[in-house]
Design a binder for this molecule. Structure first.
Ligand SMILES: [Mn+2]
Length: 431
C-alpha cells in the first residue's frame, strides 16, 4: 500500500494491549471446536480467503425518502470514497474490493481512479449501472422506464449507458455488471406486463452481447419500490427465467432486502445455486421492507442460514461456486465506516458459523428423520461465539483486533472534517 490511510504504528499500538486476551480466547475456542471435530485453523484459513465488496455509495451518509443528515468529513467524490473504503479494509481486512456505481462515480480519467485504488490497496468488484434516475443534461427521461420503456429511443439510451458502464468497468479491472432497473408500474393498466418483460429481455440481450469474455451480468430483482404496483424483475423466479434466457454469463443477484416479509431467502439461495445461477449478494438487513439496515443487525439467524446453504452449495459444486459478495446498505444515523466494519464482520461471522456446522452429523439426522437433532446441529453452530476467529484473522492479516476502537483512536473523521468540503444539507438520501 503506497498511501497508508491508517498508520501501521496506530494499529500495532491498538493491538498490543489486546493480543494476550485474544490468543487465550482463540486457543480456548480451538480446543472446544477440536472436541467437535472441527479444525479452527481450517475455519481461519477459509475466512482469510473470504471478502465482501464495499459499495462506493456506502461510505457516504445515506438517507431515507425523508431526509439525509450529512456528517462533517464525509467523502465528497469517488477518490475520497476510495480512501474511506481503504480505512475499512485496513482495519477489518475482509473488504478488499469496491463496487462502483455510474454515473455517481463518473470521472474524466478512469486510469487515475484505478491508480488511486491500487495506491490505497483496493481492487474493483462489479460495476453498477443506473437508469433509475435522470442525470443533468440527459436527453430522454426514465420517468416511465428505461430498459423496458415503450419508446425504443429511451431503451437505446439505457442500453448504451450499460455498455458504457461495462467499458469503464473493464478499464478498472472489474469483471461483472449489476443491472438493477426500477422499471415497473404504479397502476393496474399502466403497463403491459408481458410486453414490458419482452422489451427488458430484448434490451438485456444487447447488453449481454457487449460483455467481455470473462464477464458476468448480474440481474437484481426487487418486488416493489419505486414502482408500487408491479416491477418488471419482481422476484427470483423472473430473475432466473431471464438469466436462463440470456445465457451462461447471466446470473441472479440476491439483495436480502428485496423480498416480501417472511420469504425463505435461504431456500431461494439454495435453488439458484442448484441451477448454477447464483451470481451474488447485496447484504443488508431489514425489519419491515427494503430498509437497507446494517447486515446482521436485525436477523443474524437468517444470515447464518443463508451461509449454511452457501457452504452446502460449495461442497456440492466447488468448481461452479463463485458468488460475488457485496454490501448494499444506507447508513442514516451512524458513521458509515463503523457500520461497514460491523457489517463486513457480521457477514464473516455468519460464514464462520456455517463453517463449524457438523455436516456429517446433519446429514445423518436428516436421513434418520431426527428433527430435533437436525435442528440442534445447526443451532449448536449458530450458538458458537466465533469472534476470536474473526479477530485472529484480522490480526494476522495486519488489521485491528478491535476495528471500531482503532478507528476511533485514529480520529480519521475528525481529521477529514478539516479538509473535505461540507455536504449541503436539505437533500433527500438514497432510497
Ligand atoms: Mn441492491
Amino acid at each position: 500500500m503506497d498511501e497508508a490511510v491508517i498508520s501501521r504504528e496506530l494499529i500495532e499500538r491498538e493491538n498490543a494491549g489486546r493480543l494476550d486476551a485474544l490468543s487465550d480466547d482463540y486457543e480456548s475456542l480451538g480446543r472446544s471446536l477440536d472436541r467437535r471435530g472441527v479444525s479452527i485453523d481450517k475455519v481461519k484459513a477459509a475466512l482469510k480467503a473470504f471478502g465482501v465488496a464495499i459499495p462506493s455509495w456506502g461510505v457516504g451518509v445515506g438517507g431515507t425518502r425523508f431526509a439525509k443528515f450529512p456528517i462533517a468529513g464525509e467523502p465528497t467524490n469517488i477518490f475520497e470514497k476510495l480512501e474511506d473504503c481503504a480505512v475499512v479494509q485496513a482495519l477489518g481486512r475482509n473488504t478488499p474490493t469496491v463496487s462502483t456505481h455510474f454515473p455517481w462515480d463518473k470521472v474524466d480519467d478512469v486510469k487515475a481512479l484505478k491508480e488511486k485504488a491500487a495506491a490505497v490497496g483496493l481492487g474493483f468488484d462489479a460495476v453498477n449501472s443506473n437508469t433509475f434516475q435522470d442525470q443533468p443534461g440527459q436527453p430522454l427521461s426514465y420517468k416511465y422506464g428505461s430498459l423496458t420503456h415503450a419508446d425504443a429511443a429511451v431503451r437505446d439510451q439505457a442500453v448504451q449507458h450499460n455498455i458504457d458502464c461495462i467499458e469503464i468497468g473493464e478499464a478498472l479491472g472489474a469483471e461483472a455488471i449489476t443491472v438493477w432497473i426500477a422499471d415497473g408500474s404504479n397502476f393496474a393498466g399502466q403497463s403491459d406486463l408481458t410486453g414490458a418483460l419482452d422489451r427488458y429481455l430484448d434490451s438485456m440481450a444487447r447488453i449481454y452481447a457487449a460483455l467481455p469474455r470473462h464477464w458476468r451480468l448480474f440481474i437484481e430483482h426487487k418486488l416493489y419500490e419505486p414502482a408500487f404496483y408491479s416491477t418488471v424483475v419482481s422476484d427470483w423466479g423472473t430473475s432466473l427465467l431471464c438469466a436462463q434466457t440470456l445465457g451462461d454469463k447471466a446470473q441472479c443477484l440476491v439483495d436480502l432486502g428485496h423480498h416480501a416479509p417472511n420469504v425463505n431467502i435461504e431456500q431461494i439461495v439454495a435453488r439458484l445455486a442448484r441451477f448454477g445461477k447464483l451470481g451474488g449478494f447485496h447484504f443488508n438487513d431489514s425489519k419491515y421492507g427494503d430498509d437497507d439496515l446494517d447486515a446482521g443487525s436485525i436477523n443474524p439467524h437468517q444470515l447464518f442460514l443463508v451461509f449454511n446453504e452457501l457452504v452446502e452449495a460449495e461442497r456440492r459444486d466447488p468448481e461452479g461456486f463463485r458468488p460475488a459478495y457485496m454490501l448494499d446498505q444506507s447508513h442514516n444515523v451512524t458513521d458509515p465506516i463503523e457500520s461497514l466494519l460491523n457489517s463486513a464482520g457480521a457477514v464473516a461471522a455468519a460464514h464462520a458459523r456455517a463453517l463449524v456446522v457438523d455436516r456429517d452429523a446433519l446429514a445423518e439426522h436428516q436421513k434418520a428423520n431426527d428433527v430435533i437433532m437436525g435442528f440442534n446441529t445447526l443451532r449448536r453452530a449458530y450458538d458458537t461465539d466465533v469472534t476470536p476467529i474473526l479477530a485472529m484473522v484480522r490480526y494476522e492479516l495486519g488489521g485491528a483486533i478491535d476495528p471500531i476502537a482503532a478507528y476511533r483512536a485514529s480520529e480519521w473523521r475528525m481529521r477529514k472534517a478539516q479538509v473535505r468540503k461540507p455536504i449541503a444539507v436539505g437533500q433527500a438520501g438514497i432510497v
